[in-house]
Design a protein around this ligand. Structure first.
Ligand SMILES: Cc1ncc(COP(=O)(O)O)c(C=O)c1O
Length: 382
């Protein structure tokens, strides 16, 4: 029989999904098979309700007053593209950090070629960006500031609330990439002065792949990424101005959103505080255990209040990709090695040549899993 997998790649996508998520998806396929927002029959209306319930659960989680301000997307990358390309015009200026994922960096570079000017704020060697450095980068024509809530490379957490206040006082828009934090850290859009919040459904919210979304502050009208395929205001030749219809083109992923709603409900029931306390206990156990091995360098803030469930490391004289391959083949430990789609972040941490071995913990991780990793390292580094 195959060995059970020790899954430490939650920063890429969470696994296994809770049974409630799988059941909700099956129920949606069986009972809510109509096309939502298109027809007036019961199956179509049921599908619309499934999707609205998901919006309401997310609104509760992120303290959003109007659930209709949450537009669903296929993933966080699409949400970030919608926010960035929907806001910026030639002549605008945008500020971002050196810890951004390429889901932010590449759309920004594409817009730079079309006349948007960029300022990158350098994070410290631990991956955290100083709010004062963000403030210094603001210019009179700064339209947008983009900050990752936490790094996908080393888990370093940024002080979103403080940066949000600075950005709002300046009159720019604040886009937060919550790919690593939605469902893991508290997020309240108004108190944190967040205008745009991009999130995946498939990581800390326990939903299936193919889900994500963008919160858009009331009063903001973005250019849509795509046109056509909405069931509302069909007589118009242009996209409707109402949200979320303006941003949701084509038939949505109803079974996926049914699963996402069940995932978000699980987060709400367990509570972010309790999920986070458990994660911190395990990540401390892993960090402290790995720190004791000679030759191991841990990258990121040592204080776990400043880090998510990620431990990023390099081992002197060893190749990260090779180590990840051995962990997979010989120990059934699933993790990630390399640049993790964030070359700027690696340049910040000084790991652009080596990459890192990234162990990312999640809700299904146990203390025994952490012990198994430490045992594997004892063998590997003997
Ligand atoms: C910080 C960050 N931003 C954006 C993304 C893109 O998310 P998705 O895979 O849902 O498109 C990721 C994915 O790992 C991420 O870690």
């Amino acid at each position: 029989m195959a060995k059970p997998v020790i899954y430490l790649d939650h920063a890429a996508t969470s696994w296994p999904k809770p049974p409630a998520v799988i059941h909700a998806m099956i129920a949606a396929m069986a009972d809510a098979g109509g096309n939502p927002g298109r027809s007036g029959h019961a199956l179509s209306l049921h599908a619309s309700e499934v999707i609205h319930d998901c919006r309401e659960s997310l609104a509760e989680l992120f303290a959003v007053t109007d659930p209709l301000r949450i537009a669903f997307t296929a993933n966080a990358t699409e949400a970030l593209n919608l926010a960035i390309k929907g806001v910026l015009q030639p002549g605008d200026h945008v500020v971002f950090t050196s810890m951004e994922h390429n889901a932010v960096w590449r759309p920004l570079k594409a817009l730079e070629a079309r006349g948007v000017s960029l300022t990158m704020v350098q994070a410290g060697p631990d991956g955290i960006v100083a709010p004062s450095a963000m403030a210094q980068a603001l210019q009179p024509n700064t339209k947008l500031v983009v900050v990752t809530h936490a790094s996908n490379v080393n888990g370093a957490i940024n002080d979103i609330a403080t940066i949000g206040k600075l950005v709002r006082a300046h009159g720019a828009l604040f886009l937060v990439d919550a790919a690593q934090t939605a469902g893991c850290l508290p997020i309240a859009v108004e108190t944190m002065a967040i205008d745009l919040l991009a999130f995946p459904g498939h990581k800390g919210l326990f939903g299936p792949q193919g889900t994500g979304g963008l919160y858009i502050r009331p009063g903001l009208l973005l250019a849509p990424l795509r046109e056509g395929g909405t069931g509302s205001l069909s007589h118009l030749s242009t996209m409707p101005e109402i949200a979320p219809d303006r941003y949701e083109s084509g038939t949505p992923n109803t079974p996926g959103l049914a699963g996402l709603q069940a995932g978000v409900e699980q987060v709400l029931t367990e509570g972010i505080a309790s999920l986070r306390a458990r994660e911190r206990q395990l990540v401390d156990q892993l960090w402290d255990g790995l720190a004791a091995f000679p030759g191991v360098t841990l990258h990121g803030p040592a204080d776990s209040t400043l880090r998510t469930g990620i431990v990023a490391l390099t081992v002197a004289g060893r190749d990260c990709e090779e180590l990840a391959g051995i962990l997979d083949q010989d120990f059934s430990i699933a993790c990630r090695a390399g640049l993790s789609c964030a070359p700027l972040a690696h340049a910040t941490l000084g790991t652009e040549v080596t990459g890192v071995l990234r162990l990312s913990l999640g809700a299904s991780t146990t203390a025994n899993d952490v012990e198994a990793v430490l045992t594997a390292f004892r063998v590997l580094l003997r």
